[in-house]
Design a protein around this ligand. Structure first.
Ligand code: GLP
Length: 243
């Protein structure tokens, strides 16, 4: 794993956005795996600024969302699909037809998981996966457990994740209890991975993920096995890493 430490959240976001934009300049049709949430939010803001200043175009870029709440349709403000539409499609030249979304309201979840995994693999797979880190070490919605998951699947959220994500909803009761996510197997197939981690509250779990045993109890720890994974974080998140 490569570690890149920036002074603070804004500089971390700028550093990550610059590296991603560099990849896009080298390959206009880059396939991005897209995390949502607060960690990558600053990266999307940099994308919007750079697009407005004519420094980058996303016209040919393809995007696959990393995860989605079950039961929320993409018009729902709290859905990750809505987040990506707002932060990419409506605010840059990223084309709607190039944004591949999971249907959180699909009638048959198994069929939806297979459809999404197939759509992803049929494009040739993700070139660059952007990930955040959950407080319990989850990536996407791959929660701590007894084994590493494989492909896109639907999963029950832990109480810790429901509590952590309640900040985006009016009340804790509104947070869906299950969600779709790319599996660990799906994620590991990405050619390059950027794990974005910010803030002191993630410092302990980041240390476990980077320096601890590789275990499904800390799903992000599997990223140690990936041949091209870079952790991009800020000083607060990196405070327990000594290298
Ligand atoms: C959420 C999402 C992840 C996200 C992670 C961290 O539960 N499932 O996709 O990366 O937790 O979120 P945040 O960046 O808001 O801390």
């Amino acid at each position: 794993m490569k570690l890149l430490c920036a002074e603070d959240y804004d500089r971390m976001s700028r550093m990550a956005a610059d590296l991603i934009e560099q990849e896009i300049r080298e390959n206009a049709g880059l396939i991005l795996g897209l995390a949502t949430g607060s960690s990558p939010f600053g990266i999307y803001q940099c994308f919007q600024k750079d697009y407005r200043e004519h420094k980058i175009s996303f016209q040919e870029v393809q995007g696959f969302q990393l995860d989605e709440y079950a039961g929320l349709d993409r018009e729902n403000e709290q859905s990750f699909g809505c987040y990506l539409q707002k932060n990419l499609v409506e605010t840059t030249d990223f084309r709607r037809e190039n944004l591949h979304l999971i249907d959180g309201c699909a009638e048959d979840s198994e069929t939806e998981c297979k459809r999404y995994e197939k759509e992803l693999q049929s494009t040739g797979g993700v070139d660059l996966q952007i990930l955040g880190l959950g407080n319990d070490g989850h990536v996407g919605f791959n929660e701590p457990g007894e084994y590493f998951s494989g492909t896109v699947h639907i999963t029950r959220l832990t109480q810790e994740t429901v509590d952590a994500n309640a900040r985006f909803f009016r009340s804790k009761e509104e947070v869906p209890k299950s969600a779709y996510t790319m599996g660990i197997g799906t994620i590991l197939r990405a050619r390059k991975i950027f794990l974005i981690v910010s803030g002191a509250s993630k410092a302990g779990i980041l240390r476990e993920a980077v320096c601890g045993n590789i275990t499904p109890k800390v799903p992000a720890s599997i990223l140690q096995f990936h041949t091209d994974c870079t952790v991009i974080g800020d000083k607060a998140a990196f405070q327990y890493l000594d290298r």
